[in-house]
Ligand binder design. Structure first.
Ligand code: HEM
Length: 420
């Protein structure tokens, strides 16, 4: 990456770097990695004509550098198109330093490795309950029966909210993350906003209950290792003032969007591969000690998130001039399959070492929930394969993937206790 110099550069108008790549186009769901590979080899910083025009980076080094340079690549808006229905910036994801640092000081302890490790027994219990409820079934939808339920129940526990709300939470996140594939920007935004408004009303009620409690009991020193996240937020300070309800709503909105579909998609994408490749499954069943490394490799191989940044000043990257105000898509799935960084990038290798993937992002905005996600995935990989070492895709009912800035799987019919 270079700042502007007197060198010949391509611009947003240069025909050779134009593409119609669309991160929301359902038609691209099975060709995504080929599309990234083609862009990377022909024009690693390409200009897409979709969604009002934006850049698409595909090289590991460019994407990593963009994530680590907030003064050139701001996180003020990480969505293309600019909204997924939220009212105000998602906090802390769409906040730049210095305020970002203050929010992270409040939030980082809530997701610390120590606090997350203490949650392990409860997460295991949720996993075992889900496996028990699958019981002797021989045909299931893995997404509905397992991948969707696990992160939602864990999230509700973290927040201190009722498990009975899982269905509503899942419905809202589906509507917000999936939008209306193929519809116009206007229709998509309206559809997502409707769901977002319902979410905000639900959060507001829960926060108000805690505020009332604080009024009655008086403010108290929270214990970040024990208290649920809602209590901690209600009793937290941004500098010397309380967090406002608006800030809390936008923190909760992000945690919900960031914490549910990501884990769900990661599980379901991994299970598609395991169902299709009994040799890989066998490795997990016979050598459970490799599971943490397998989790990392599947994170690299199927990275869910394609973030975005807004250029702050004119800058040249890969011989292409990005202008202040331009939007840049930074798909982590493209970075993690870059052959310049990873040997045999399209191959799953549980023994890959080192594995410097950026599935959780990098720099200041690196995923706050990564420890939690890793624990959820590790327990799921492990307990599931103890209970169901054999399964395959259902040839009568195909899976359905979806493409958006958080890729995922909507439906994954599996036949249990059968192998290829
Ligand atoms: C496999 C699961 C997950 C993946 C792949 C993932 C990925 C990411 C990525 C790539 C970012 C940075 C985006 C950017 O820089 O534009 C991020 C940020 C974030 N994630 Fe995750 N995430 C996962 C799970 C979770 C969970 C379980 C939670 C919490 C419940 C969570 C909460 C957050 C938050 C709060 C941020 C914003 C951090 C900041 O801006 O400082 N994530 N995640």
């Amino acid at each position: 990456m270079t700042t502007l110099e007197n060198e010949p550069v391509k611009t947003a108008e240069s025909p050779e770097i134009q593409t119609d790549f669309d991160i929301h186009d359902p038609a691209g769901v099975e060709t995504l990695f080929d599309d990234y590979a083609e862009l990377r080899s022909k024009c690693p910083v390409a200009h897409s004509t979709k969604w009002g025009g934006h850049w698409v980076m595909t090289r590991y080094d460019d994407i990593s550098e963009a994530m680590r340079t907030p003064e050139l690549f701001s996180s003020e808006c990480v969505n293309i198109p600019p909204t997924i229905g939220q009212d105000g910036p998602m906090i802390p994801l769409e906040i730049d330093p210095p305020d970002h640092t203050t929010y992270r000081q409040i939030m980082t302890p809530l997701f610390s490795p120590t606090r997350m490790r203490k949650l392990e027994p409860e997460i295991r219990e949720i996993v075992l309950e889900l496996l028990d409820s699958i019981g002797d079934a021989t045909e299931i939808d893995f997404v509905a029966a397992f991948a969707k339920e696990l992160p939602t129940r864990v999230f509700l526990k973290l927040m201190g909210w009722s498990e009975g709300d899982a269905e509503r939470l899942n419905d809202w996140t589906d509507r917000i993350v999936l939008g209306l594939p193929g519809a116009s920007e206007e229709d998509n935004t309206a559809f997502r906003m409707e769901a977002a408004l319902e979410v905000y009303a639900y959060f507001a009620e829960l926060i108000d209950e805690r505020f009332e409690q604080r009024e009655t009991d008086g403010p108290r020193e929270v214990d970040r290792d024990i208290d649920d996240i809602t209590d901690v937020l209600v009793n937290s300070k941004f500098g010397d003032r309380d967090l406002t309800q608006f800030e809390m709503l936008n923190i909760l909105f992000l945690m919900m969007i960031g914490g549910l579909h990501t884990v769900q998609g990661q599980l379901a994408h991994s299970w598609i591969h395991f169902a299709q490749h009994p040799d890989k499954r066998k490795e997990l069943v016979e050598n459970p000690e490799i599971i943490p490394a397998a989790v990392e490799e599947m994170l690299r191989y199927e990275s869910a998130v394609a973030g975005a940044r807004v250029v702050q000043e004119d800058v040249v990257v890969g011989g292409v001039l990005l202008k202040a105000g331009d939007r840049v898509l930074i798909p982590l799935a493209a970075a993690n399959r870059d052959p310049e960084k990873f040997d045999r990038p399209d191959e799953i290798d549980f023994a890959r070492e080192p594995n410097p993937h950026v599935a959780f992002g990098g720099g200041r905005h690196r995923c706050l929930g990564s420890h939690l996600a890793r624990i959820e995935l590790t327990i799921a990989f492990s307990e599931w394969h103890k209970r169901f070492p054999d399964y395959r895709l259902n040839p009568e009912a195909p899976y359905k993937k979806h493409l958006s800035q958080v890729r995922g799987v909507e439906k994954l019919p599996l036949l249990l206790n059968q192998s290829l």
